[in-house]
Design a protein. Structure first.
Length: 140
């Protein structure tokens, strides 16, 4: 099953997204299984925080230049944004972007590494319509 194909009629579901997370790191499958054992279902907001937001923030804190790992996390987030169904896109907008915007310097560093298309979406839509992000500086 290729969830990354460019078929606009196909969107990535929560389960598919969670399994994509599990492929990101060596212990990803174990982390996903532990999450399912703990919650009896996939709670993508929690899983995204544990497996995407926090590791990416740690990487952004440690590196001033884009690294392969940072690129992997950013690519994953952009895939979620482009191909995700409404629930997956909500995780990007609410869980991932809100968390990244909590730290002003990390937020701007993140903005240097993402695509122009994604940056425009964030600046023009997310920052304009997400009440939890009012006051967050636009990405440069």
């Amino acid at each position: 099953q290729n969830i990354l194909k460019q078929d606009n009629s196909r969107t990535m579901t929560i389960d598919e997204c969670a399994h994509l997370f599990s492929e990101l790191t060596f212990d990803g499958k174990a982390m996903l299984q532990e999450h399912i054992d703990d919650y009896s279902e996939i709670l993508l907001h929690i899983l995204a925080s544990d497996m995407v937001s926090e590791p990416l923030m740690d990487l952004l804190n440690r590196y001033d230049e884009k690294s392969l790992l940072i690129d992997c996390y950013i690519s994953l987030i952009e895939i979620m944004w482009k191909l995700g169904d409404e629930a997956v896109r909500n995780v990007v907008d609410v869980t991932i972007l809100e968390r990244l915007s909590d730290d002003k310097s990390l937020w701007q560093k993140f903005g240097r590494f993402i695509s122009m298309e994604f940056k425009q979406y964030i600046n023009q839509e997310v920052l304009a319509f997400n009440a939890m992000m009012w006051g967050v500086k636009a990405l440069e």
